[in-house]
Design a protein around this ligand. Structure first.
Ligand code: SF4
Length: 452
């Protein structure tokens, strides 16, 4: 099958011409061919001019010709940014069947529209970059970043000042990347951002497209679509950085039914409402314990990982004990804790009641002792059960064993399952494969298992 062919018409001034050059360069770099005729193309791009009436007429006429001869047209350039008095786009009013309209200097948006309407199949012989992109993780798991930046202003954090406000990636791009990752052999997809529950807020949950179907730019729709993409590959989808907003209640049934992993990474940071207020945490007004217990009722196998800060400015002994109780009552499966430490530029530095370092460290140690006891008890309760394990390293498996993880453990941050040599030594395992394991012991943060 030949490369997809794009017809291209460039109208207007030299600035429009350089925009055309950028788009054509990108098309060519990605392996698209150009067609000299509308009829010989799979799709046509018209770069328009909207300066004077004659130019507008010429642009609209050219779009009309391309539609008549080809039918699949993307419009870019100055006329694409022009609206009538009633706010409706001039091009879309005259030619409602165009596939997409962008303004000038919009190479990426034009390419997004081309990818959507004329995707180019990956050719391993000529494409230098694999379809899934270049990844630094092992082949069987990958991180999927869905947004950048954050709209919150937690007083201990300087991320928004470095990365700016929340900018969600278009849902079509995110789903296309996920699909390519699954098709390249990824068995576990880890969804990351600064605030996964806020996905799409900045885009007002705008409708996007994947595979020609409309999908809302919103966490629930994203997670449902990821579950659909993962299913034929038998792959896992794991959610990180989810804040305990009421909307998360809608994700729990997807976990209970096994469509995404019943695992939530929720950075609570504290439990006491007054400390959360001083931290200016998202969802600080929510009844976190109540909410979490409700999630556990809906999905008893749910595993919750969280991070906390001990010794935040002004934290009283009573507030700290509130935190210790929370960890026990909420039965946090995996907890990390930092002793508060001032970060240059963070507004928390100006809060009254900075605690001596020795107190902050002592509270961190007390916290970890309590949290580890909760975690150890939960790990022990797994002994005797049979769990599905994703093998991270099959080195020596069959002789000395190997290492894997269950749904309860994210790579790098949680524990692992040390796999003993299987009873049937003829059985072989590969990194990135799933296998059933009988849990025979728990040690520290890890489990010991016997492949069955
Ligand atoms: S800690 Fe707060 S401000 Fe910083 S990235 Fe997370 S939610 Fe945003």
């Amino acid at each position: 099958m030949g490369a997809p062919r794009v017809g291209f018409v460039s109208l207007g001034c030299p600035k429009a011409l350089t925009d055309s050059e950028l788009i054509l360069t990108q098309l060519s770099a990605e392996g698209y061919e150009t067609s000299k005729t509308f009829a010989g193309a799979d799709l046509v791009i018209v770069n328009t001019c909207g300066f004077i009436d004659d130019a507008v007429k010429e642009s609209l006429d050219t779009i009309g010709e391309a539609l008549a001869e080809n039918g699949r047209v993307i419009v870019t350039g100055c006329l694409g940014a022009k609206s009538q008095e009633d706010g409706r786009n001039v091009v879309q009013v005259m030619h409602p069947s165009v596939l997409a309209v962008t303004g000038p200097h919009a190479t990426q948006e034009v390419m997004d529209a081309v990818h959507l309407h004329l995707p180019k199949p990956h050719d391993p012989f000529i494409d230098l970059v694999p379809a899934a992109g270049i990844k630094l993780t092992p082949k069987h798991y990958a991180y999927l970043k869905i947004s950048e930046g954050c709209n919150h202003r937690c007083t201990f954090c300087i991320i928004p000042s470095m990365r700016g406000d929340l900018v969600s990636r278009p849902i079509g791009d995110v789903l296309r990347e996920a699909q390519a990752l699954f098709e390249s052999g990824v068995k576990e997809l880890l969804v990351i951002s600064q605030d996964t529950s806020a996905y799409g807020v900045d885009m007002r949950y705008q409708m996007g497209f994947h595979d020609g179907r409309p999908v809302k730019t919103r966490t629930l729709e994203l997670v449902e679509a990821l579950a659909d993409l993962a299913e034929p590959h038998g792959a896992w989808v794991r959610l990180h950085y989810v804040y305990p907003y009421p909307t998360v209640d809608h994700l729990i049934p997807l976990m209970a039914s096994g469509r995404v992993l019943p695992y939530l990474d929720v950075p609570f940071q504290h439990s006491h409402p007054d400390v959360l207020k001083r931290m200016e945490r998202p969802a600080s007004g929510e009844k976190n314990l109540e909410r979490l217990l409700k999630w556990r009722e809906m999905c008893p196998q749910l595993v919750v990982r969280s991070t906390f800060i001990a010794g935040f400015p002004g934290e009283t002994e009573a507030e700290f004990e509130h935190l210790l109780n929370f960890v026990q009552e909420a039965q946090i499966d995996r907890a990390g804790c930092f002793a508060y430490s001032p970060v240059q530029g963070a507004t928390a530095n100006d809060l009254p009641g900075m605690l001596p370092q020795a107190v902050r460290e002592e509270r961190q140690a007390r916290f970890m002792a309590v949290a580890e006891a909760v975690s150890a008890k939960k790990l022990k309760s797994r002994i005797g059960s049979t769990m599905q394990v994703l093998i991270d390293s099959a080195k020596g498996l069959g002789k000395q064993g190997g290492v894997g993880r269950t749904y309860a453990d994210a790579p790098e941050i949680d524990g692992v399952v040390h796999l003993l040599p299987p009873e049937k030594v003829s059985k072989t395992y590969k990194t990135g494969e799933f296998t059933k394991v009988r849990i025979v012991d728990a040690q520290g943060h890890d489990l010991i298992g016997l492949p069955v």
